[in-house]
Design a protein around this ligand. Structure first.
Ligand SMILES: Cc1cc2nc3c(=O)[nH]c(=O)nc-3n(C[C@H](O)[C@H](O)[C@H](O)COP(=O)(O)OP(=O)(O)OC[C@H]3O[C@@H](n4cnc5c(N)ncnc54)[C@H](O)[C@@H]3O)c2cc1C
Length: 474
């Protein structure tokens, strides 16, 4: 392992003979684009910040001990092992040069420049705290495997500490869980914490009764699941109430600290909730690569950092650069998996057509297959075109769809087993939480920006000089 920054050739020389397609991101957009190019006569380099593909819709089940991280995060390299035209590389893309047609990625001080003929950028989005990034210290988001494992540790850890506590106010604080954001992620998270407290853990403690845990779901908006419409949102709210989740709407979080949250209600009243565990499920911010692409191409970038693309998902003046998924903005399409999957496949088809000398396809059309959110076991809401479902039937639909999209046969089998344990029985198979998972994020942040940058390069003006970790190996 090298200890100094170095620029290495991106790929063996033989690759230069065929058109080079670089894909940034191994999420839904990037992975499905790569798979669509399976038979194309091209050399693909797929660069991912992590070595896995992540099925984000089930992160909340990792956080609440139902699934293991491996079931929702298979190695990208393994998924694509039989596709010989793809080379999978780990690294954080820190620069895209549209004029030179190169992508630069960095990992542990090793900088690699990848020339491309066609580029697909699918770097997704991260959590947004709406300008209050200090909240992140006390209210982790739900975007990565790290986030889910940290939350798992915090949730189960809160019950452990409550069992030890003797002061009632402290027990109440430890047994209060606040989820901020009543979109699908917040609803699913709150529902699962309620099931955990009221079913799974009810016999596990001697001093405390986990069934008395308070689970609060709050949002500044006046509805639960606003994108599902008022009717389904109302049903979701009732189902949440039935399983013991307190829903507080029109409630804006003004501050978060270690002990709780300050809230301003719609009527201007200010109040506080004391809670040890806070979970941030509100707001997304597109990858900073979106802004970089906007600055170089003149494409507009919105407040959430999404770059406006042309109807064929390319950048103005750059038909060879395709932007898909959560980091692009087109016709107010939502940031959901199907937009990324269909966008990735469309971009791949455009590339195949161009290389075959065919006319481009027409503009990108998103086929809306509907949306779903679970509330608890046997209970969900589903919005599919003109049809609205709630309760058990919606839950069965949710189960089938999610099982279909989980990557890998083995993962599907183990997921079904874990769901049987949790939904038919009371158990949770994945309750392990280590100190590293709970404290690692903050410890790394305290190590300073140089340390952070040295791990992955980070997005910065100057490339990292040398491996600042001092490590001799990864
Ligand atoms: C908790 C949660 C629950 C969700 N639930 C649902 C749901 O139920 N249904 C639904 O349809 N959608 C859901 N979504 C949204 C859905 O997951 C996203 O819309 C989808 O993942 C977007 O795909 P993408 O390819 O644009 O980005 P992602 O899937 O986020 O992939 C981005 C990829 O880019 C990589 N990356 C980022 N920056 C860089 C960089 N600089 N260099 C290299 N690689 C980089 C990341 O590591 C990742 O591999 C959920 C999202 C979350 C967070």
């Amino acid at each position: 392992m090298t200890t100094s920054a170095e620029r290495v050739p991106a790929a063996p020389a033989a690759y230069a003979r065929r058109p080079r397609v670089v894909i940034v991101g191994s999420g839904f957009g990037g992975l499905f684009a790569a798979q669509r190019l399976r038979k194309a006569d091209v050399d693909i380099t797929l660069i991912g910040k992590t070595s896995h593909h992540l099925f984000q819709p089930l992160l909340y089940q990792v956080a609440t001990g139902i699934l293991s991280e491996g079931e929702i995060a298979p190695a990208t390299r393994e998924i694509l092992r039989r596709q010989e035209n793809v080379r999978v590389l780990m690294g954080e893309v820190t620069d895209i040069d549209l004029a030179a047609r190169t992508v630069t990625s960095t990992i542990l001080g090793r900088t690699t420049v990848h020339p491309y003929d066609e580029l697909i950028v699918a770097a997704g989005a991260g959590q947004s705290y709406f300008g209050n990034d200090r909240f992140a210290e006390f209210a982790p988001g739900m975007k990565s495997v790290d986030d889910a494992l940290e939350l798992r540790g915090r949730i189960f850890g809160a019950f452990e500490l409550a069992e030890l506590a003797t002061d009632q106010a402290e027990i109440d604080r430890l047994m209060t869980f606040v989820v901020v954001g009543a979109g699908p992620t917040g609803v699913e998270m709150a529902g699962q914490i309620a099931e955990l407290a009221h079913r799974t853990l009810k016999r596990d403690f001697r001093s405390i009764d986990p069934r008395t845990a308070r689970i609060v779901l709050l949002d500044a908006a006046p509805y639960v699941l606003p994108s599902f419409g008022e009717r389904l949102g109302g049903r979701a709210r009732r189902q949440l109430n039935d399983i013991g989740v307190e829903v507080q709407l029109g409630a804006m979080v003004t501050d978060v600290d270690a002990d709780g949250l300050d809230i301003k209600d719609a009527d201007g009243q200010v109040r506080r909730i004391n809670a040890a565990t806070k979970i941030w499920a509100a707001g997304v911010q597109a990858s900073p690569l979106g802004r970089m692409l906007g600055e170089q191409s003149g494409a507009e970038v919105d407040r959430a950092g999404r770059v406006s693309v042309l109807p064929d998902l390319t950048l103005p003046g750059h038909p060879e650069v395709h932007v898909v998924g959560d980091m692009m903005s087109l016709d107010k399409l939502p940031g959901v998996a199907q937009v990324a999957i269909q966008g990735g496949r469309y971009a791949a088809d455009q590339i195949i057509r161009r290389l075959a000398g065919k006319e481009p396809k027409g503009p990108f059309h998103y086929f809306d297959k509907g949306s779903m959110a679970t509330i608890s076991r046997f209970s969900a809401v589903a919005d599919i075109g003109k049809f609205k479902f709630s309760g058990f039937i919606a839950w069965v639909m949710w189960l089938v769809v999610h099982l279909f999209y989980i990557v890998g046969f083995k993962s599907r089998i183990t997921t079904v087993l874990h769901w049987a344990v949790s939904f038919l029985g009371r158990g949770r198979s994945q309750r392990v939480a280590t100190q590293q998972q709970v404290f690692g994020r903050l410890a790394l942040e305290n190590a300073g920006p140089d340390f952070e940058a040295s791990k992955t390069g980070g997005l910065q003006d100057q490339p990292v000089q040398g491996d600042l970790t001092g490590r001799e190996s990864a």
